[in-house]
Write a protein that binds this ligand. Structure first.
Ligand code: HSE
Length: 432
């Protein structure tokens, strides 16, 4: 084994960074044996130097992250500060000064992955980011390496633990959205400002990364259709249960049936209770991958948290260090397929639509005609008279597969019918 250590600079020492530092120290011998050389924590860049950090030599702590990545003797920079800047500039500077990079930064990878990969390649460096999607779950490497000989057609994932916790709570207790969110906040699952999670921004960044890797195609963050889950109601869960489903916030990356294009989207959806993703409870994440040769694969585990995320970072660190020692680089960007990314209107799926309608002769026929005029085939219809004596009924229509554009046209036309008092909810049905 080489005795001269590989030097690691850690950018950020919060929930994840402190766990990375801890494991680097406590598992130092194992890491050295697996890599073939010791790894040394050579510097830790933080915002608040006065904070006491157990197990970290204060002499290593600096507020000057730029100087740290410019030192010239750093082999690997581990970036766990998150956000676009200063992370982007620091990573670029690290490559320019001879380091490889391990990052957990989904927002940055989703927005600027292509440019960062290009810079890494220009400097014969590695850019690894297993921790950016679904925390501890091995997913990036299986997609980039293990499935490199297969053809991935679909990636269907629960990639946000906060929203899965909320939806699971609503499902299991009948709670409304706000009540479930309040509990998630009290238990520390949801942040004080939960927007990034509940509005699907976090999941959309992960979907962009997954789609890009799965389909060897550049998928930008704004190519990803996004709908949050704040409008999901207890009534939606009751409807889902009535058809043997539950509701999950899904990131869905799909190759079109003709193989000529791809789509990426994040939205709440009903999935059958028999689907493996339906049993993903609490704040856990899971990703279901469908490919030509392997068939169906499911990756499951903790998608957040200090130690789980650090596990993924450390795995990357070992791989990158091994590459450094052998003078090689690992798999880089692969966007050779250059498939067009279609808009949401071209997505084809099933829909569950709940309408409030007048309960009088001919209404069902009127509604059915609107679906027919837009080429949307109805699978089932369930009508229930209201108990309030107002002469209205609730009509639940489940469609066969149709394009999102056709469904949008159908709903617009339904809203214009005098006999349709309102469209109570529209939910896609996936995983069948
Ligand atoms: N906020 C994310 C979640 C974890 O709730 O899953 C980090 O991506």
């Amino acid at each position: 084994m080489r005795t001269r250590p590989l030097k690691v600079a850690l950018l950020g020492c919060g929930v994840v960074g402190s766990e990375v530092a801890r494991i680097m120290t406590t598992h130092a011998d194992d890491l050295a044996a697996r890599i073939g050389a010791p790894v040394e924590l050579a510097g830790v860049a933080v915002r608040r130097p006065s904070k006491v950090r157990a197990g970290i030599d204060p002499a290593l702590v600096t507020t000057d992250a730029t100087a740290l990545v410019k030192r010239g003797d750093i082999d690997v920079v581990v970036e766990v500060i998150g956000g676009i800047e200063p992370a982007r500039t620091l990573i670029t500077t690290a490559f320019e000064h001879g380091a490889s990079v391990v990052s957990a930064n989904k927002a940055l990878l989703a927005q600027d992955g292509a440019a960062l990969h290009a810079t890494a390649q220009d400097h014969d460096a590695d850019l690894y980011y297993e921790a950016a999607v679904a925390g501890a779950i091995p997913l990036i490497r299986p997609l980039r390496e293990s499935l490199a000989g297969d053809k991935v057609n679909r990636v269907l994932g629960i990639v946000n633990g906060t929203t899965n916790f909320i939806l699971d709570k609503m499902d299991s207790t009948g709670a409304g959205y706000q009540e479930a969110l309040d509990e998630a906040t009290a238990l520390g699952y949801a942040e004080a400002d939960p927007t990034a999670d509940v509005e699907g921004f976090d999941a959309a960044a992960k979907a962009a990364i997954l789609a890009g890797i799965a389909f060897h195609t550049r998928v930008r963050l704004d190519d990803v259709y996004r709908e949050g889950m704040t409008e999901v109601t207890a009534a939606d869960f009751a409807s889902a249960r009535a058809m043997g489903c539950t509701i999950k916030l899904l990131a869905i990356c799909e190759r079109a049936a003709d193989g000529g294009s791809v789509t990426a989207r994040v939205h709440p959806a009903m999935i059958p209770l028999s689907h493996p993703l339906a049993s993903v409870r609490g704040a856990y994440n899971a990703v279901f991958v469908e490919s030509d040769a392997a068939g169906q694969l499911m990756f499951y585990g903790p998608g957040a948290g200090g130690a789980p995320t650090a596990s993924a970072v450390l795995g990357d660190l070992v791989a990158v260090c091994r590459n450094k020692l052998s003078g090689a680089t690992g798999p880089g960007d692969s966007a050779y397929a250059r498939l067009p990314v279609s808009s949401m209107g071209e997505v084809v799926t099933r829909y569950h639509i709940s309408l409030d309608v007048a309960d009088k002769p001919g209404v069902l026929a009127q509604v059915a005609t609107v679906f027919a005029e837009h080429g949307v085939s109805i699978d089932t219809v369930r009508q229930q008279g209201r108990q309030d004596g107002g002469g209205d009924a609730s009509l639940v229509v489940v469609t066969h597969r149709a394009s999102d554009a056709s469904l949008t046209g159908t709903v617009e036309a339904l809203r214009n019918l005098d006999t349709v008092r309102g469209v109570a909810s529209i939910m896609r049905v996936e995983g069948e």
